[in-house]
Design a protein. Structure first.
Length: 154
């Protein structure tokens, strides 16, 4: 199952409210923290277009393959997303996640995403800019893959 198709879909157009935009961001965070490429890929249109760092992807199959590689490399991945802004069928998100590589080195990755949704509520475009910072394991802030609903990203 993919992400819920959250948003006010009326007249064939997605128009997010603050409440539905926050719900979409939270659903994305929860899904990505499963580290399940199949589940996550279902939130995107079959022809979804992505830019992730320096990679350009088109379609669910490329997205699934990318996520499989990503989570094999980014071990113990734990993500937090926060709504930055929204309007019409678009949402901007800021995020951070922590992970370690095969050598045990921990990283915190900071980024911004721009999302655009199709009329059916699936994401048709995702652009992500991400920077990685080497951290000590003792400096981790994001523990576990799921946060309580009341915990803000700060």
């Amino acid at each position: 199952m993919g992400l819920p198709r959250t948003g006010d879909i009326s007249g064939g157009t997605v128009n997010f409210t603050e409440e539905t935009a926050r719900a979409k961001v939270r659903a994305a965070e929860d899904a990505w923290n499963t580290r399940d490429p199949e589940r996550v890929s279902l939130a995107y249109t079959p022809d979804s277009v992505w830019r992730n760092r320096d990679e350009f992807l088109t379609g669910r199959e490329e997205i699934r393959e990318f996520l499989t590689r990503k989570w094999a490399r980014e071990q113990d991945y734990a993500l937090r997303k926060d709504l930055w802004t929204f309007g019409g069928n678009r949402i901007a998100v800021r995020f951070q996640y922590e992970w370690h590589d095969a050598d045990g080195q921990w990283w915190r990755s900071y980024g911004n995403e721009l999302w655009e949704f199709a009329d059916d509520g699936l994401m048709r475009r995702r652009e992500a800019s991400i920077n990685d910072v080497r951290i000590n394991e003792a400096d981790r802030r994001i523990l576990g893959g799921h946060r309580p609903k009341e915990l803000p990203l700060a």
